[in-house]
Design a protein around this ligand. Structure first.
Ligand SMILES: NC(=O)c1ccc[n+]([C@@H]2O[C@H](COP(=O)([O-])OP(=O)(O)OC[C@H]3O[C@@H](n4cnc5c(N)ncnc54)[C@H](O)[C@@H]3O)[C@@H](O)[C@H]2O)c1
Length: 446
């Protein structure tokens, strides 16, 4: 028998029992019901705003959904090349697809849109999101929410004012493996005991600035109209201070959101160091290291995070929580995900029998052949037997569509994402200040 599928089912059922309250998978707040504008048996009319690398990932993730609850009616991008790619993917599914080079024209012309998926560069998110919310659309906007705190705050306030839904692209919040780890393993089974420490990282190898064949360059007037000096800046916007937040915003925003989630708290202080150690042609820091202090409901905790844009050999990407009874290393990549039982901690056999975790074969654990008797025994190693049989972004998009149909609560709404991303906004400031910065209550207020 394939026990993976069996244990996944058991876990999902348990997750629904234990996790729905806090994740809001089932209970509906009145504000969510108010925001509902599309009846569950109607298709949601969608526009795509920004169809670069992530726009393509999101569309493919949407197209994977069975009984698709949406119809893509329009795409807007300032680059003909991006529009061409989108049209070719949607040739069969949306023969009536309209395309636009200007989002205001699209909003004026497409009067029956219900929702938009925004994956333009970060410095455009607030303008695009606010305009779409004001036009009566529900918005799924990629992280980082915005380039500045004030812009991000304005998005939350516009969503409140218009009563429309705002989901931010922190897709781990809808990932069944993360939901199982948080609700079942950490909160219900308490397999970590008291966890005081987290670390996380995303290291990836150095890459030259991107370029494309000059034949497909965006027209210079179009670039300037949209805030880009030239094609180099347009293609490499992440590295420019006015356009993006650098690797800490690009990659760290996903993982520091997980620290905040699993600690049930936002940090109280941040100390950070970063530099342009490798790339001299970029504005943002290519290496960043951050230390956060938390006051969690269980007591004080600390977290370390690093993102290195110069090495892929440095161990990949994961978030690691360490407690007195066990540790959890979790990642969007299942092969980096493991649990470790502290020797002397209560046995985990019952949880393994229930299918919450699965012990690794002894052979797989045998890493030390000659153990010095004074060394402590290596911890038992466990897998988390939850298989995501979809693309990583699909559950988060499904959650967005279900919320529009009034059947779910958003897993990463604008207000919670704003508070979580505050932790990121302050990192670059702390690097420049070269000292510990405290968060104040008002930082997290919208
Ligand atoms: N959730 C995730 O895992 C994840 C992964 C990658 C990227 N992202 C986010 O997705 C967003 C896009 O990133 P990307 O990697 O696709 O960037 P990209 O540069 O590949 O694509 C951006 C697209 O937006 C278009 N564009 C730029 N300015 C525009 C404007 N004013 N109006 C309309 N279109 C415009 C560009 O022509 C391009 O097609 C960013 O916010 C990024 O942080 C999220």
């Amino acid at each position: 028998m394939n026990d993976t599928s069996q244990t996944s089912t058991i876990n999902r059922r348990n997750f629904l029992k234990t996790g729905a309250l806090a994740s809001g998978g089932i209970l509906l707040a009145p504000s969510i019901m108010k925001a509902q504008s599309v009846s569950p048996n109607e298709k949601i009319n969608i526009a795509l705003l920004g169809y670069g690398r992530q726009g393509e990932v999101l569309l493919n993730s949407m197209l994977d959904i069975t009984d698709r609850p949406f119809h893509v009616k329009a795409v807007c991008d300032i680059w003909k090349y991006s529009i061409g790619k989108c049209r070719s993917v949607l040739r069969k599914d949306s023969p009536d697809l309209k395309w636009y080079f200007d989002y205001e024209e699209m909003l004026a012309a497409e009067t029956d849109l219900d929702a938009v998926i925004i994956s333009t560069p970060d410095f455009w998110h607030a303008r695009h999101t606010n305009a779409c919310l004001e036009a009566g659309l529900h918005v799924y906007c990629e992280k980082m929410m915005a380039r500045t705190v004030e812009e991000a705050r304005s998005m939350v306030n516009t969503a409140k004012k218009t009563g429309k839904l705002l989901q931010i692209g922190h897709q781990r919040r809808s990932n069944p493996r993360y939901l199982h780890a948080y609700y079942n393993l950490v909160k219900r089974a308490k397999l970590l005991g008291r966890y005081t420490t987290a670390n996380g990282q995303w290291n990836r190898s150095a890459k030259e600035f991107t370029d494309v064949n000059p034949k497909i360059y965006v027209d210079q007037a179009m670039l300037e109209k949209n805030g880009y000096v030239n094609m180099e800046q347009f293609l490499n916007w992440r590295w420019f201070k006015d356009l993006g937040g650098g690797p800490i915003a690009d990659l760290g925003s996903h993982q520091i959101d997980i620290f905040n989630w699993f600690f049930d708290a936002y940090p109280k202080s941040v100390l950070a160091s970063g530099g342009r150690d490798y790339y001299k042609d970029r504005e943002w820091y290519d290496n960043v290291m951050v230390l956060y202090e938390y006051d969690t409901p269980e007591g004080p905790a600390r977290a370390f995070y690093q993102t290195l844009a110069t090495t892929g050999a440095g161990g990949g990407y994961f978030e690691y929580f360490m407690g007195d009874e066990g540790a959890l290393r979790i990642s969007e990549n299942p092969s980096f995900t493991k649990m470790y039982r502290e020797s002397g901690a209560p046995e985990w056999d019952d949880w393994a029998k229930k299918g919450f975790i699965r012990k690794e074969e002894a052979a797989a654990q045998k890493v030390v052949t000659k153990v010095d008797v004074r060394e402590s025994a290596p911890p038992d190693v466990y897998d988390i037997p939850i298989v995501l049989d979809k693309k990583p972004h699909t559950p988060h998009l499904e959650n967005f569509f279900s919320a529009i149909h009034g059947k779910a609560k958003l897993n990463s709404d604008g207000e919670h994402s704003f508070k979580s991303e505050m932790a990121i906004f302050k990192v670059n400031e702390a690097i420049d200040a070269r000292k510990t910065l405290e968060f104040s209550e008002t930082d997290f207020e919208v």
